[in-house]
Design a protein. Structure first.
Lengths: 148, 797
C-alpha cells in the first residue's frame, strides 16, 4: 500500500536533518516508542506500542536509515512484528528549503501480514497517516528544542 | 412420468419446522455449549506468511505461562500423526494437520497450545515466535499454471506425471474424450466450430467465496483411557464419515469412536471436511487423557475453513444464426488454494459435468486445470461445482442471444433437451434422469410477466433509468454420495423413534422425515422423534451434502417404516381377527388407529397394537392371551441407494436497476420456478430456495474473497467481506413445477442448492442487459457499485 505526504518545518533544513536522524529525537518523536537501541550505524532495534483498533499491540522490530544523501534525502526502513501480525514499511524522505523553513516530502509503502492484513487493511493507511502526523509533530518539538 | 400418483399422507403439507422454536429462541445446544469435566482448551498459532519456510519456532514463552499444559508444533505432532487422508482418487501432496516445515497459506496452523481456559490458550499462542524464510507467494491462477513465481510442492508428481508444477490435476471432458484409454478425438468439437456461423468467446470468473456459516467450526475430543474410547463432538455435516476418518488416522476401531454432531449452525459444504483441528484435538486428548475443546473464532473462519468456487473459464460457444448451438468449448482453471482437502479436487470436475446445462449441445469439450496457490484450500460450497458450470453456460447463452438479437428465453427454448429424450446422456458426461423444461420456462415467463417486463424496462430506459432483465435456466445434480441408512422403532406406548444417517444442519429433517412417518403410520407428527447426528444412536450413515437427504435418506426411512408398518399390521390383524376376517394388507393406518379399510368401527388404536406387540409370546401365554407368531418386534432398518443421480432444474428471472450516480444495483424483482420433483414440505422447500437465493445474490452482488499480491487475505472480517442482508432482497416470487425422478419412490429430487445456482447468472444477465446501452457485454462478479459506476462512465472493455 502506497503512502505519501509532506510536512513543513519552521526551521532550516540542516537543523531538521539533524533532528530527523538523531536517535534520541527519533525515539522521542516516534509514537508509542517504548525502547530503541542502536545495533549498528543507522540501525536500531525498537519496540513500539500501537493502540489503533485491529492493529493494536506491541511490535518489536528494526529501524534502518539507508541511502543517506547528507542534508537532502534518506530512506527509512521499518519492520516489526507483534501479536496481530507483522508490518514492513519503507519511506523515501526528501528535504528541501522552503523560505525560512524546510519542506519534507515522503513517499513509501506499507505491507502487512496476518491479522493486521485481514482485519486492518482499511485501517493501515489511516493509521500510518495518523502515526506519521504524530511523528512530525514530535519532531517539531525536537527541532524547537534545538532552537532554544 | 407426470401421471398422477397417490402420495403418502402428509407429503405435500406445509408443516412448520419442529426444530425452529428451540433454535430461534437460543435453546439449541451447539458444540460450544457442551462442557466436559476437566476439559482443557486449544488455541492455534497460525502462519502470518502466505508462503515461507519455517526456520524456528520458539514456544518457551508460551510454555512458561501459568495455565499452559502443553505446546505442540506441527513437526512434533507429525512424529506420531501422519498426513491427513482425503477422499479424492487423484495424487495429492502430503498435508499435515499443522505445517511441519513450510507454510503455504496465511492462516495455516503451525502450533497448538493446550491450556486451562480459552483466553490463556490464545495469549500463549500469541506468545509463540515463529521465524520464517519468506518464499514468493503464488496468487494469480494464470501465473500459478506457469509455475510463477514459485512452485508450492516442488517434489509432487501430478496425474500427468509432471513434477515441479503447480498443476494439481488436469481433467479433460466431453465429446471424444475417453478417460479410460486417455485419448482425445477432436473431430466433433472442431467440426462444430468449423460449421459455426457465430462464435461467442468470453473469459469469465466465478469468484472465491467464504462459506461463513453462522456457527463457526468447533470440536471437543474426549479420549477415555480407561475405556479406550474416543468421543468427539464436532460441528460437522457427516458424523459417520468423520468417525471413519478419525478411526483410520488413529488406528482405532469404528466401535471405539463416537462422533456427535449436536445442533450445527449451517455448513454449506464447508463442514463436510474433517479438518486439521479435529485431528489435532483428538491427538492431544489421546496424549493427555482429558477432554479438549477448540472453537473457531470468526476471524479464524475466514482463513481456516475452506473457501468455495474460484474457477476462471475461457468459454466459447459455436452456433448457427438461427440460434442452434453446435458446440461448447472451455478451458477452466480452478484456483484450489494450497492443499487438497477431502473433496477439493473433485469439486471442479463437477463443473466439467454441468457444461451442457439444459441444452442439447452436440459437441462439448472442456479442459480443467486445478492449480495450487498460496491461499486457503477450496472445497464444497453450496452447489459445489454446479453453480460454476451453470454460470458459465448461462452467461454464454445470454451473450449468444444478445449477439443474435434473440429473446434470451426463446434461444433457451430452442436448444432445450426435449422431454422424450430422457434419460439423456449429455456430451459433458452426465446422465439426466428426467426433465421437462418448457412448462417450467413458460410458468416462469408467465409469473414474471416477461413481455410486460420488457416493455417496462424499455419505458424506464426511455426515461433515462438504467434497468435490465435477466433470465437463467439451471439444472443440477442431487442425490449423490451413495447409500443412506435409517431405522424405525415403534415404542411400547406407540411413539415412534427413528434415526437417519443424513445429519441435519439446518435442513429440517426433524420435520420432513417425521412427516413421512406420520403419513405412513397415521399418527400425529408430535409422536415421532427423528434422531440424527450421533454415530452411537444412528447405527450407520453417510451424511448431508449434495442435496441428498430427501432422496437417499428419506427413501431409506420410508423403506424402514414400511417394514415396521407391515409388522404392526400383522399384530393388528391378529387382534381384530375375532371381530373381522382381517388380512394384514387390508388394514389402513389413519388418525392414530389401525382399521379395516372403510370400517373405522373395526379398529384398534396404534398404541394398543404397539403395546400388544411388546407383550411377547411368553407373557401373553402366561396371561392366557392368544398371541400371533410374529416375534421379531417393531424395529427395522434400511439401507438405500438411488440407482442414479437426480437432476432438478428451474428458471429464474430478475429485474435490476442501477443507480446512474452511485452505480448501486437494486434487485427489483426475482421470480423463481424450481422443479425438484415431488415436494414433501413446500414450506421447507421455499425456505431452502430463499436461503439459496440469498447466497446466490450475495455472490452476484457483493461477496468475494480478496488476496493481495503477497497472498494476504484482506477480506478477513464482515467489514470487508460483504454479506447480503434482508434489505438487499425483494420479496421472492416462487413457484414450482413437478417432474418426478424415476430413481426415487416418491419422485423427489433435491432442492438445497438450487437457489445459489440459478440466481447468479440470472442477476449478472440482468445487470449486463441494464448496461448494454453502454456497450457492456460481460461483467465479472461481484457486481460492486464501483465497477458498475465505471461502466456507466464509459469504462466498458
Amino acid at each position: 500500500m502506497e503512502i505519501s505526504g509532506d510536512h513543513r518545518f519552521k526551521a532550516p533544513p540542516d537543523m531538521v536533518w539533524e533532528a530527523l536522524l538523531d536517535p534520541v529525537s527519533l525515539k522521542a518523536a516516534m509514537p508509542g516508542c517504548e525502547a530503541m537501541t542502536a545495533t549498528g550505524e543507522d540501525a536500531y532495534d525498537i519496540t513500539i506500542k500501537v493502540g489503533i483498533a485491529a492493529i493494536s499491540g506491541t511490535y518489536s522490530g528494526t529501524v534502518k536509515v539507508a541511502d543517506r544523501v547528507e542534508g537532502e534525502s534518506y530512506r527509512l526502513v521499518v519492520s516489526g512484528s507483534g501479536k496481530p501480525g507483522s508490518v514492513q514499511g519503507s519511506a523515501a524522505m526528501v528535504l528541501s528549503a522552503d523560505g525560512d523553513g524546510t519542506h519534507v516530502r515522503y513517499t513509501g509503502d506499507v505491507r502487512a501480514q496476518g491479522a493486521i492484513a485481514r482485519l486492518g487493511t482499511r485501517l493501515i493507511a489511516g493509521a500510518a497517516k495518523l502515526m506519521i502526523g504524530q511523528f512530525f509533530k514530535g519532531m517539531e518539538s525536537e527541532v524547537e528544542r534545538r532552537t532554544r | 412420468m407426470t401421471e398422477a400418483q397417490t402420495l403418502p399422507k402428509m407429503v405435500g403439507e406445509r408443516v412448520r419446522r419442529r426444530e425452529d422454536p428451540r433454535l430461534i429462541q437460543g435453546r439449541g445446544t451447539y458444540v460450544d455449549d457442551i462442557k466436559v469435566a476437566g476439559m482443557l482448551h486449544l488455541a492455534f498459532k497460525r502462519s502470518d506468511m502466505a508462503h515461507g519456510r519455517i526456520l524456528s519456532i520458539d514456544t518457551s514463552a508460551a510454555e512458561a505461562m501459568e495455565g499452559v499444559d502443553l505446546v505442540l508444533t506441527g513437526a512434533q505432532l507429525a512424529e506420531t500423526l501422519g498426513p491427513m487422508p482425503i477422499l479424492t482418487p487423484f495424487p495429492a501432496p502430503a498435508h499435515h494437520s499443522m505445517a511441519t516445515d513450510t507454510v503455504r497459506y496465511s492462516g495455516e496452523p503451525v502450533a497448538v497450545v493446550v491450556a486451562t481456559d480459552r483466553y490463556i490458550a490464545r495469549d500463549a499462542a500469541d506468545a509463540i515466535v515463529v521465524e520464517y524464510e519468506p518464499l514468493p507467494a503464488v496468487v494469480d491462477p494464470d501465473r500459478a499454471l506457469a509455475g510463477d513465481p514459485a512452485v508450492l510442492f516442488p517434489d509432487f508428481t501430478n496425474i500427468l506425471g509432471q513434477t515441479g508444477t503447480n498443476v494439481a490435476l488436469y481433467v479433460p471432458a466431453g465429446t471424444g474424450v475417453d478417460p479410460v484409454a486417455g485419448t482425445m478425438d477432436n473431430t466433433a468439437i472442431e467440426r462444430a466450430f468449423d460449421e459455426a456461423e457465430i462464435v461467442i468467446s468470453q473469459r469469465m470468473w466465478n469468484q472465491r467465496l467464504a462459506p461463513s456459516a453462522m456457527e463457526p467450526r468447533g470440536v471437543i475430543a474426549h479420549w477415555e483411557p480407561g475405556k479406550e474410547t474416543l468421543t468427539v463432538w464436532s460441528s460437522t455435516q457427516n458424523p459417520h464419515m468423520e468417525r471413519n476418518y478419525l478411526c483410520g488416522q488413529f488406528g482405532l476401531g469404528q466401535d471405539q469412536v463416537r462422533v456427535i454432531a449436536p445442533e450445527v449452525g449451517g455448513g454449506f459444504g464447508a463442514k463436510i471436511n474433517i479438518y486439521g483441528e479435529d485431528y489435532v484435538a483428538c491427538a492431544v486428548s489421546r496424549r493427555i487423557g482429558q477432554a479438549v475443546k477448540w472453537i473457531e473464532d470468526r476471524s479464524e473462519a475466514f482463513v481456516a475453513t475452506t473457501h468455495g468456487r474460484d474457477i476462471v473459464a475461457d468459454l466459447e460457444i459455436a452456433a448457427k444464426r438461427d440460434g442452434t448451438v453446435l458446440g461448447l468449448r472451455t478451458r477452466l482453471i480452478a484456483d484450489i488454494g494450497a492443499y487438497e482437502m477431502l473433496f477439493t479436487a473433485l469439486i471442479p470436475t463437477l463443473t466439467n459435468g454441468m457444461l451442457s446445462g439444459v441444452y442439447n449441445i452436440p459437441a462439448i469439450r472442456s479442459e480443467l486445470y486445478e492449480v495450487f496457490t498460496n491461499k486457503t484450500p477450496t472445497d464444497a460450497y453450496r452447489g459445489a461445482g454446479r453453480p460454476e458450470g451453470i454460470y458459465f453456460v448461462e452467461r454464454g447463452m445470454d451473450m449468444l442471444a444478445r449477439e443474435l438479437g434473440m429473446d434470451p428465453a426463446e434461444l433457451r427454448r430452442k436448444n432445450f433437451i426435449q422431454p422424450e429424450q430422457f434419460p439423456f446422456l449429455t456430451q459433458a458426461g452426465n446422465l439426466y434422469d428426467s426433465g421437462n423444461y418448457e412448462p417450467t420456462l413458460d410458468l416462469a415467463l408467465k409469473n414474471a410477466g416477461w413481455e410486460a417486463l420488457k416493455r417496462e424496462r424499455d419505458a424506464a430506459r426511455a426515461a433515462g433509468r438504467i434497468v435490465g432483465l435477466g433470465i437463467a435456466f439451471y439444472v443440477e445434480i442431487c442425490g449423490i454420495g451413495g447409500w443412506e441408512h435409517a431405522s424405525v422403532l415403534v415404542q411400547p406406548d406407540g411413539r415412534v423413534t427413528a434415526t437417519t444417517g443424513a445429519s441435519s444442519h439446518g435442513q429440517g429433517h426433524e420435520t420432513t422425515f417425521a412427516q413421512l412417518l406420520a403419513g405412513q403410520f397415521g399418527v400425529p407428527i408430535e409422536h415421532i422423534t427423528i434422531h440424527h447426528g450421533d454415530t452411537q444412536i444412528v447405527r450407520a450413515g453417510t451424511g448431508t451434502f449434495g442435496s441428498r437427504s430427501q432422496v437417499a435418506g428419506g427413501t431409506a426411512l420410508m423403506n424402514a417404516g414400511e417394514k415396521v408398518k407391515d409388522r404392526m399390521a400383522e399384530f393388528a390383524a391378529f387382534m381384530l381377527g375375532a371381530e373381522a376376517e382381517t388380512q394384514a394388507d387390508e388394514l389402513e393406518f389413519i388418525d392414530g388407529r389401525i382399521q379395516v379399510a372403510g370400517s373405522p368401527a373395526i379398529s384398534r388404536s396404534f398404541a394398543e397394537v404397539a403395546a400388544f406387540a411388546y407383550l411377547g409370546g411368553g407373557n401373553a401365554a402366561a396371561a392366557g392371551i392368544p398371541y400371533p407368531d410374529a416375534s421379531s418386534g417393531l424395529s427395522e432398518e434400511a439401507f438405500w441407494e438411488p440407482a442414479g443421480a437426480t437432476f432438478p432444474f428451474g428458471c429464474h428471472i430478475s429485474m435490476v436497476e442501477i443507480d446512474r450516480d452511485t452505480g448501486e444495483l437494486k434487485l427489483l424483482k426475482l421470480v423463481a420456478v424450481d422443479d425438484c420433483g415431488t415436494i414433501v414440505n413446500p414450506l421447507i422447500v421455499e425456505g431452502q430456495v430463499h436461503g439459496g437465493l440469498a447466497q446466490g445474490i450475495g455472490q452476484a452482488l457483493m461477496e468475494g474473497v480478496v488476496y493481495d499480491e503477497d497472498g494476504q487475505l484482506i477480506t478477513g472480517s464482515f467489514m470487508d467481506y460483504a454479506m447480503p442482508r434482508a434489505s438487499d432482497f425483494p420479496r421472492f416470487e416462487l413457484d414450482n413445477t413437478v417432474t418426478r425422478s424415476p430413481h426415487t419412490p416418491l419422485g423427489t429430487k433435491g432442492i438445497g442448492e438450487a437457489g445459489t445456482i440459478g440466481s447468479t447468472p440470472c442477476l449478472v444477465n440482468a445487470a449486463v442487459d441494464a448496461l448494454s446501452p453502454f456497450g457492456v457485454k460481460h461483467l465479472d462478479m461481484p457486481l460492486r457499485p464501483e465497477m458498475l459506476w465505471r461502466m456507466i462512465q464509459g469504462g466498458a472493455s
